[in-house]
Write a protein of this length. Structure first.
Lengths: 113, 112
């Protein structure tokens, strides 16, 4: 049973560019959440998708957007990249309403130069 | 002030030691408390989950929650080199509100 799969593993982008990160949830999970983890920090909640709609959003600018597809997979898009967007981006899946049952992927390491 | 405070460490102990990891928090609405383990270059892995105050034991791991003091702890008995990782505390308000608030993580190093 595959867990949460994220792609790509690593990515280097230039300031001002746009990036798309992808996530396939654990089999049977219907909810996807995205977190940003800066070096030496804990993960920070970006947003959560369920039934193809954004359900909750953290304190991130609207340069951060997302999408959930009918097969529950999800994308995170970041526009106009800043150096400060360099971080590990984590996708977590769960059943809707079971916030204690997160399964995290290994993340995408984004470096903005 | 951060909602969740956690000493970043590193915490270095010899193999076999009892390890105590702690977090404090400021929001009394938190009801669900979790400990995650994160190895280098990996995502967090759920270790323990506790609802409200009390203790929970799972093998070598014990989680404690004291809501009156807004203080949570994770104890690791008979620590092993394989326990070397970053330990993150996390919490949220209720089952339906799934945003997790994390501490910064404590890096643990267990030497053979």
């Amino acid at each position: 049973d595959a867990g949460v799969t994220q792609s790509p593993t690593h990515l280097i982008k230039t300031r001002g560019q746009q990036v798309t990160l992808r996530c396939s949830p654990k089999s049977g999970h219907d909810t996807v959440s995205w977190y940003q983890q800066a070096l030496g920090q804990g993960p920070q909640f970006i947003f959560q998708y369920y039934e193809e709609e954004e359900r909750q959003r953290g304190n991130f600018p609207d340069r951060f957007s997302g999408h959930q597809f009918p097969n529950y997979s999800s994308e995170l898009n970041v526009n106009a990249l800043l150096l400060g967007d360099s971080a590990l981006y984590l996708c977590a899946s769960s059943h809707w309403g079971q916030g204690q049952g997160y399964t995290f992927g290994s993340g995408t390491r984004l470096t903005v130069v | 002030q951060k909602e969740v405070e956690q000493d970043p460490g590193p915490l270095s102990v010899p193999e076999g030691a009892i390890v105590s990891l702690n977090c404090t928090y400021s929001n009394s609405a938190f009801q669900y408390f979790m400990w995650y383990r994160q190895y280098s270059r990996k995502g967090p892995e759920l270790l323990m989950y506790t609802y409200s105050s009390g203790n929970k034991e799972d093998g070598r791991f014990t989680a404690q929650v004291d809501k009156s003091s807004k203080y949570i702890s994770l104890f690791i008995r008979d620590s092993q080199p394989s326990d070397s990782a970053t330990y993150l505390c996390a919490m949220n308000k209720n089952t339906g509100f799934q945003k997790l608030v994390f501490g910064t993580g404590t890096r643990l190093l267990v030497s053979p």
